[in-house]
Design a protein around this ligand. Structure first.
Ligand code: PLP
Length: 425
């Protein structure tokens, strides 16, 4: 579900006309729907209700503390990948015992911060990291729980940059190696290695890779238990589909229906780390058309957002549905389908203002005729949108706005030119 819909041809975020946001806050602007985030979270909570489940929203998808705060209030824990994200989670009032910390390159300072905070699990990616964690925990007189990130060697069939569960990646250790790691390190006084973590990477289109991964990992857990190790939790990571281009990605209950039967009576706490399945559809990037121009046989629509604001198309070839915020009635899209050509539309490239060929949002897309000053909504931009934005070309970062019913709040103001140089002391 999402709460961005057209009412008599005008795009609303919940009950707010997006034009009023553009007028007051300017463009480009990220707009999030609170109800959509909470709806996605509660659907996951409900889907896994019969298991002992901790949901740890993945902060790297979208980390604004105001969003983290209401997710925490609704019972979410957090998946972090850095000291900065730990700081964000704590600022947002997170329950630190529901924080899991992944990442191949945790620094000593970050590990000590997480030990001090008393997070739930360190998700360990290598023996060297585990040894370092043990050393630091002993040095600090702290104890911690750890999950070993295991590589199930399953390819969810997505883009090579976002596939993380196959053998040739920098993440985790092979299943064969996992037994040796447990044999060597489980039973340590400072660090209790008592869980297994797996994260397949993002965007799988079916539940099969997850079911396969759970099967493989359960075999490992059975073996480990037979060898006398206490395993209390299975962290299944994130990567659950979000609806970018159609209605075809599995829902939370689809995943749950494949996963729950395997985990029943296994006496395991299930940890999930959803990022984009919570926030992707809960956000749009609203941008204004600056110019249109024709070059050769192509027509270009140049907008005031650039790849520095939303890099997914440039980085991953990601598809984002986009559509004018004020559509002539006939042009209100029936659904967000990849190919949508109707009478009266034209084929255009939507590009940004940055001096890079990769600065585009869509190529050869069929859209109603658009003019300077019109607003264009880039949908499903809530995840890996703002968090991957940069100041490239000395462009101030866009504002972020949270809509709740018929009101909206600026939850991060637009950067100023002064902000751009503020740290250059
Ligand atoms: C990025 C990441 C996630 C979240 O992935 P989504 O595709 O946004 O659901 C979860 N866990 C880990 C370890 C990650 O690196």
């Amino acid at each position: 579900m999402d709460s961005f819909s057209y009412r008599t041809g005008v795009l609303f975020a919940e009950d707010v006309d997006v034009h009023s946001i553009a007028e007051q806050v300017g463009t480009p602007v990220y707009i999030y729907s609170r109800a959509t985030c909470l709806d996605h979270l509660s659907k996951i909570q409900q889907a896994y209700g019969e298991l002992d489940t901790t949901i740890c929203y993945s902060i790297k998808a979208c980390g604004n503390i105001h969003i983290l705060r209401f997710l925490a209030e609704a019972g979410s824990g957090f998946d972090i990948v850095s000291g900065g994200e730990l700081f964000r989670a704590r600022q947002a009032g997170a329950d630190v015992s529901k924080i899991v910390y992944a990442g191949t390159g945790k620094t000593d300072a970050e590990i000590i911060e997480a030990l001090d905070a008393g997070i739930g699990y360190f998700n360990i990616e290598s023996e060297a990291e585990l040894e370092n964690l043990i050393r630091l925990a002993q040095q600090q007189g702290k104890s911690a729980k750890a999950a070993l990130r295991v590589n199930p060697d399953i390819d969810p069939g997505t883009h090579r940059h976002i596939t993380t569960g196959i053998k040739e990646t920098k993440f985790g250790v092979d299943i064969e190696r996992a037994q040796r790691v447990f044999a060597q390190y489980a039973g340590n006084d400072s660090v209790d290695l008592c869980a297994v973590h797996v994260h397949l990477g993002s965007g799988g289109k079916t539940i099969d890779p997850y079911v396969q991964a759970v099967r493989k990992i359960l075999l490992l857990i059975d073996t480990l238990r037979r060898q006398g190790h206490r395993i209390e939790a299975l962290d299944l990571g994130g990567g659950y589909g979000a609806d970018y281009e159609s209605d075809t990605v599995p829902s939370a209950s689809d995943y749950a229906s494949g996963i729950i039967p395997l985990l029943k009576n296994k006496k395991l706490t299930l940890i999930l780390e959803p990022g984009k399945s919570i926030i992707a559809n809960a956000g749009i990037l609203l941008t204004r058309i600056l110019y249109t121009k024709t070059g050769g046989s192509k027509k270009f629509v140049i907008v005031d957002a650039g790849m520095n604001d939303l890099i997914r198309p440039a980085l991953y070839d990601a598809f984002h549905f986009l559509w004018p915020a004020r559509a002539i009635n006939a042009f209100v899209p029936p659904s967000r389908k990849k190919e949508l050509s109707m009478e009266g539309t034209e084929i255009v490239d939507i590009v940004g203002p940055i001096c890079e060929g990769a600065d585009f949002f869509a190529r050869d897309r069929s859209l109603p005729p658009m003019h300077r000053g019109d607003l264009l909504a880039i949908f499903t931009a809530g995840a890996y949108g703002f968090t991957m934005a940069s100041n490239y070309n000395a462009r101030p970062l866009p504002a972020e706005v949270l809509v709740d019913g018929d009101t909206f709040t600026v939850i991060r103001r637009r950067q100023s030119y002064e902000d751009l140089i503020a740290l250059e002391v």
